[in-house]
Write a protein that binds this ligand. Structure first.
Ligand SMILES: Nc1ncnc2c1ncn2[C@@H]1O[C@H](COP(=O)(O)OP(=O)(O)O)[C@@H](O)[C@H]1O
Ligand SMILES: [Mg+2]
Length: 492
């Protein structure tokens, strides 16, 4: 449902209080202004900087910057019920921590009940006191949808052409792609991004999609927890045959909406370090045709102590808004380690709970791709049936896979694999992970480049001999891991 319809419905249902969770105040206020017009209500608007203002009037009511005075003023506005209004308060929930303001606010709420007045709070997060919360209608989102993005774009284009001069040339199909790329941003962010792309060369065409996407990435990086990530084609990963087969059957599920089957929900890749789990996630996103975003759980703890759950909720909401997408959580056991709980007052337990609930209940088409190295630190909840569609086990590469690893990584560095003894190198690289094979090639290249000679099989063999693979040090750990995986997972 559009934010507009949802809001109208809540106002008509005579909720005394509605909380709109949105970072895009401007957009929400605009919607509310239209709704007020349609319903014959007066729009009152308040923020700590502007005070309380009526309709389009510029001057606020006297001294209403002060929350307490504002409520007292609002109280006196229509004692006879001759007029009704929408009272739109921005970032007001913080002030409810003050006991006097809270008391006054409750009185105001009681008065508003059973009238046509509605109090509407807008803020990035709903933090209502417990005793008020049950009275409030609640809307999450309030970001422009595709139709609204289209109209913001048209407005912005017109403005630009009129004021800055230049051209916009986009076909209908290109326009559609641009709209998709702008999803998840606020109205103001959309205008900024488009302006930026236009100003560079006074032209806006499909080539600007790149600028737009990189701006969008920056915006998300600023917000911290979600990070846009590049994807990878399946030719660049050795083995993972079962995962590839699994994906073959599902590649169209996010593209064709007519598909009667529910889209896949997620996979967990677990196993030996350096064997391509993270890389495989990039392939998964590519194959499913989804943009890939990484959720940095580690940062969640370090950056925002005390607000961990709220920030996770916010990030997950962004995920829902950006969907369809592939959400990547790397080394999931680090973020949700089973042993954290005793030392941090239960924060990590609650974070885990929040995440599991989201996993269970999400309706958005978000594909979850998680990796894990250490099964013993992984909370068992993740392994229950239904949490992931499949758990794949990633083992050390066998002979054939090692050969492909050499082939892929030689090619990646502009070398022709035909000039090398792939089989011979692979035979000597028993117990090597993919990362170690790659490293052997890189080290050989450093050696030979500094000596100004072309790299050969022998140079690489030399590096292989000089390497003690991690797996040989962790022999027991890996056997345990295999043992564990045998009954619970399928080989990747
Ligand atoms: N199966 C593989 N195919 C191609 N490259 C691989 C493979 N496994 C590992 N690599 C190389 O090693 C690097 C590190 O692997 P990574 O995906 O980070 O491993 P993991 O997440 O399992 O620890 C990759 O970026 C890639 O260059
Ligand atoms: Mg990794």
């Amino acid at each position: 449902m559009l934010a507009h319809e949802e809001l109208t419905l809540l106002i008509k249902s005579k909720y005394p209080l509605i909380f709109v969770e949105s970072i895009d105040e401007e957009y929400v206020v605009n919607e509310l202004r239209q709704i007020a017009g349609q319903m014959g209500l007066i729009l009152y608007q308040w923020s700590i900087t502007t005070g309380l203002r009526r309709g389009h009037q510029i001057n606020p009511y006297y001294q209403t910057n002060d929350p307490e005075k504002m409520i007292r003023t609002a109280f006196s506005l229509h004692p006879d019920g001759s007029e009704s209004g929408l009272f739109v308060l921005i970032d007001f929930d913080k002030h409810l921590e003050n006991t006097i303001v809270l008391r006054l606010f409750k009185d105001w709420l009681n008065r508003v009940k059973n009238t046509k007045n509605t109090i509407i709070l807008i803020g990035p997060q709903c933090n209502l006191p417990k005793d008020i919360e049950p009275e409030a209608g609640h809307i999450v989102g309030g970001y422009p949808n595709e139709k609204e993005i289209a109209s913001i774009l048209k407005e912005t284009f017109n403005d630009l052409i009129r004021n800055v001069k230049g051209t916009v040339s986009l076909s209908l199909e290109e326009m559609q792609r641009m709209i998709k790329a702008l999803k998840g941003l606020s109205g103001q962010q959309i205008r900024n991004v488009v302006n930026q792309a236009f100003i560079e060369d006074h032209r806006l065409d499909i080539r600007d999609l790149e600028t737009i996407e990189s701006c969008k990435r920056k915006i998300f990086d600023q917000e911290g927890l979600l990070e846009f990530s590049m994807t990878e084609t399946r030719e660049n990963i050795a083995n993972f045959d079962n995962l590839k087969h699994w994906l073959n059957d599902r590649t169209d599920s996010f593209v064709s909406e007519s598909n009667a089957l529910p889209p896949p929900r997620g996979v967990l890749l677990m196993g030996v370090q350096g064997c391509g789990k993270s890389l495989a996630v990039k392939v998964v996103a590519k194959e499913l045709g989804l943009p890939l975003y990484r959720l940095d759980i580690g940062r969640l703890y370090s950056q925002y102590i005390g607000q961990t759950e709220q920030n996770l909720r916010k990030a997950l909401k962004t995920v829902d808004q950006l969907s369809p997408l592939c959400l990547w959580i790397d080394e999931i056991e680090k973020g949700f380690a089973a042993s954290f709980g005793e030392t941090d007052g239960g924060v990590s337990q609650r974070v885990l709970g929040t995440f599991l609930t989201w996993m269970q209940e999400r309706k958005s088409s978000c594909f979850l791709a998680a990796t894990a190295n250490d099964v013993h630190r992984l909370p068992p909840e993740f392994l229950r049936k239904g949490r992931f569609d499949e758990i794949f086990f990633v083992d050390l590469p066998d002979q054939k896979t090692r050969e492909s690893l050499f082939r892929i990584h030689l090619k990646k560095r502009g070398l022709d694999p035909q000039g090398f003894d792939l089989r011979g190198m692979a035979e000597k690289a028993v117990d090597f992970s993919g990362a170690e094979i790659e490293q052997a090639i890189i080290s050989a290249l450093y050696r030979t480049t500094s000596r100004k000679v072309p790299v050969t099989t022998d140079h690489i063999l030399e590096q292989i001999r000089a390497t003690k693979p991690l797996a040989s040090l962790k022999d027991e750990e890996i056997s345990n891991l295999r043992e564990w995986a045998r009954e619970r997972t399928i080989p990747a």
